[in-house]
Ligand binder design. Structure first.
Ligand SMILES: [Zn+2]
Length: 387
């Protein structure tokens, strides 16, 4: 791979700049010779958060701070593509075409309203560019290793760059598109940002059972995403078919994994929905996120719920009562030790050596109340297991 260091003024870079509002990307620069957002690049992010980042780019120029290196990929026909610097160039282009303002003497100014000397300063500021020529794989390998100023690429954005092609392009029109009307419905189950590729990443994770990169590699030349889309829709439809009500705790669960584990099991939607509502309201359930997997698994693994334990005052009262009673009768204060034949039959355990247990198991409807609390020695409590 060959690299050449070049200098361009901001006026040159932004000549012919067009911002596409619909796709939220900057298109061309250098009089049309430069493609600012090739298909493997991500959406423009600097306008988010009230445009703090794009304003910072202009402020840096006005203060003569360096903007950092830009990297362009030189194509065989001489055209250039931005490899790194897309967010900065788009900020500059948007400012030069009066898309946002910056503060000057405590007033907001669009570019063409700024004093002439400041306009000229911006236009004549030069930026350093590395122009790279090499094979597609060389460029992509290298693109994967450079760090993007300001907002580092996340894992999925990097994979989109490395495995760019018809598959990624098509997948992004569905899963990376904030105008897709389904996104709101999906947000009940999928956490993250459409623009930062979290939905695409989730869809790929589900269909590939965690093998995202291998899946992208295998499908990169395909122009359709049927399997990806169908599987994603199946998982969401399956979750909806079991739990009729939506809870915020459903968002971000491993639905793909739950689907793999349980979609062959038959569930009664009415019962499942009812049980979910009861457990969400149960003051003993501390981990509400675990409710859905607990129910899908047939209400066996109570660890998923992190069931609330007895409070210290209750434990102390029960310990006192049990220990006084045991001393009177000359037996162990652990009722299970007292029934045994070994040395512990008469052992009086210290408070710290005992743990609270539900006499009637919580999962069988036993309440977390003093009447249902007994203290057991550690060994017996752990052996009992099922809460
Ligand atoms: Zn015991």
């Amino acid at each position: 791979m060959q690299t050449k260091l070049k200098q361009y003024t901001i006026a040159e870079l932004c000549d012919g700049f067009v911002y596409n509002e619909l796709e939220e990307k900057g298109l061309y620069g250098l009089s049309g010779r430069l493609t600012i957002q090739p298909e493997y690049q991500r959406n423009y992010l600097y306008a988010e958060d009230n445009g703090k980042k794009e304003v910072a780019v202009i402020d840096s120029v006005l203060k003569r701070y360096p903007l950092g290196l830009l990297y362009f990929n030189k194509l065989p026909d001489g055209r250039l593509e931005v490899l790194d610097g897309q967010q900065r160039i788009t900020s500059l282009g948007r400012f030069l075409t009066d898309k946002f303002s910056v503060m000057n003497n405590e007033l907001p100014y669009r570019f063409h309203a700024l004093p002439m000397d400041k306009q000229t300063l911006i236009e004549n500021t030069t930026l350093l560019v590395y122009e790279c020529e090499g094979s597609e794989s060389e460029i992509k390998q290298w693109f994967q290793t450079i760090n993007i100023a300001g907002i580092p690429l996340n894992e999925q954005e990097e994979l989109n760059a490395v495995y760019s092609g018809p598959f990624v392009t098509k997948a992004r029109t569905v899963f990376s598109n904030s105008r897709n009307a389904n996104v709101q419905k999906w947000s009940a189950y999928v956490r993250g940002s459409v623009k930062r590729q979290d939905f695409l990443n989730t869809a790929l994770d589900w269909v590939s059972h965690g093998q995202v990169e291998e899946y992208m590699q295998a499908h990169r030349r395909e122009a359709h995403i049927d399997e990806l889309q169908t599987h994603f829709n199946n998982v969401i439809a399956w979750a909806e078919s079991i739990f009729a009500d939506c809870y915020s705790e459903m968002c971000g669960l491993k639905w793909g994994q739950l689907y793999d584990d349980y979609h062959d099991t038959t569930y009664n939607q009415k019962e499942m929905t009812q049980r979910a509502a009861e457990l969400m309201d149960d003051p003993c359930v501390k981990n509400h996120k675990g409710v859905f997997e607990y129910l899908l698994g047939g209400e066996v693994d109570t660890r998923l719920l992190d069931v609330r334990v007895f409070d210290e005052a209750t434990k102390r009262r029960v310990y006192r009562r049990q220990t006084d009673d045991a001393r009177r009768r000359g037996v162990s204060n652990c009722p299970l030790c007292a029934m045994g034949h070994e040395a512990h039959r008469t052992k009086v355990w210290g408070e710290k050596e005992m743990e609270a247990d539900h006499v009637s198991a919580w999962s069988q409807g036993g309440a977390t109340t003093e009447e249902n609390c007994q203290m057991l020695c550690r060994t017996h409590n752990r052996a009992k297991g099922n809460k």
